[in-house]
Design a protein around this ligand. Structure first.
Ligand SMILES: C[S@@+](CC[C@H](N)C(=O)[O-])C[C@H]1O[C@@H](n2cnc3c(N)ncnc32)[C@H](O)[C@@H]1O
Length: 316
């Protein structure tokens, strides 16, 4: 029989997580910058379990069935922007292993894509994937968006998927995004934000929400929904109505939760976990709590995390 995560309470999940990882031990990372360690340890697991092509974002499957096509929704949104503008230069922030820029570069050969990421290992891997694909209209450079260096200027489109959640100063980042765009240029982001206060949730759900974030290296919690819109407007961009696409995450989240529940329910696997790199194995925590912590329109005990598409224009 197929596993149904709705039959397991958040409290039971917390018990499993505590047995496997020790909740207090995981919570010690609250407030620490663990991004480099998290990706160094999780990288191989992402490629094995999530996407061999180096995709590191959630799938959006609007038809209710998990499939690889879901990973392409975000980069296809970029293709649509580029086509509408007839743009020729595109910048990606926090590109990871380059999946989105490479996908776009493979579709429109006369557009130049530049992917940037904080971590040199990601940039190197992105270059390998691009070389393997034989594309010369995509380059990758090491750069943090916090803030984006001055050399990035004059782009038709700038975008960042599931990376801007790590921003510490959204005003600073938004100002550097605005500076990187040419007048009339477009900005696109997809990311998770908090629609409400985690402290106002029932205590188990609040704990699960914090653990979900920490296990994805978001050790300062989630940015409040609305903050990016304010920062982008302050930077002079005109923000479109925001799209909430949280429900389209569900097939992907259910896909992961079953695997995680099976692993964490098995005492032998829990022992094995203790010998493996912690930031890699803790992805099982995010996988387990995913459906519980997202706002999916349930009547009771609904989560507060929403997955949004935010777009904006730099006025001419
Ligand atoms: C969840 S991954 C998403 C990668 C990619 N956007 C994708 O869709 O596959 C988040 C990425 O953000 C990068 N990142 C985190 N902080 C950053 C910063 N300040 N500047 C640039 N990249 C950053 C990480 O190194 C990682 O590659």
């Amino acid at each position: 029989m197929t596993f149904d995560p709705r039959t397991v309470s958040v409290s039971e999940m917390l018990t499993l997580v505590d047995k496997a990882f020790g909740i207090d031990r995981v919570m010690k990372d609250w407030g620490r910058d663990v991004v480099p360690e998290y990706y160094a340890q999780s990288g191989p697991a992402y490629e094995r379990m999530h996407s061999t092509q180096g995709c590191m974002h959630y799938a959006l499957n609007s038809d209710g069935v998990f499939s690889y096509e879901g990973y392409l929704v975000q980069p296809r949104a970029v293709l649509a922007e580029v086509a509408a503008l007839k743009g020729s230069r595109v910048l990606e922030l926090g590109c990871g292993k380059g999946f989105n820029s490479l996908f776009c570069a493979q579709h429109i050969h006369d557009v130049q894509f530049t992917g940037t990421d904080l971590l040199p290992a990601h940039v190197e891997k992105a270059r390998v994937f691009a070389a393997d694909a034989g594309r010369d209209n995509v380059v990758y450079e090491q750069a943090s968006y916090e803030p984006l260096p001055d050399r990035f200027r004059g782009y038709d489109v700038a975008f960042g998927f599931e990376t801007l959640c790590y921003a510490k100063d959204t005003d600073l980042v938004a100002a550097s995004i605005a500076a990187a765009l040419r007048p009339g240029g477009r900005f696109v982001m997809f990311d998770m934000q908090a629609m409400g206060d985690v402290d106002a949730l029932p205590s188990d759900l609040a704990r699960a929400t914090r653990l979900y974030g920490i296990s994805l290296a978001m050790t300062n919690g989630f940015l409040p929904a609305g903050q990016w819109e304010k920062s982008l407007e302050k930077a002079g961009l005109v923000v479109d109505p925001v799209e909430d696409v949280t429900k389209n995450l569900l097939p992907g989240l259910y896909h992961q939760v079953e695997m995680s529940h099976r692993t964490l329910s098995d005492w032998k696997k829990r022992i094995a976990i203790k010998a493996l790199p912690p930031y890699m194995t803790r992805n099982a925590i995010a996988a387990l709590f995913g459906p519980a912590v997202c706002r999916l329109g349930r009547d009771t005990e609904d989560g507060i995390l929403v997955y949004q598409k935010i777009t904006a224009t730099k006025p001419r």
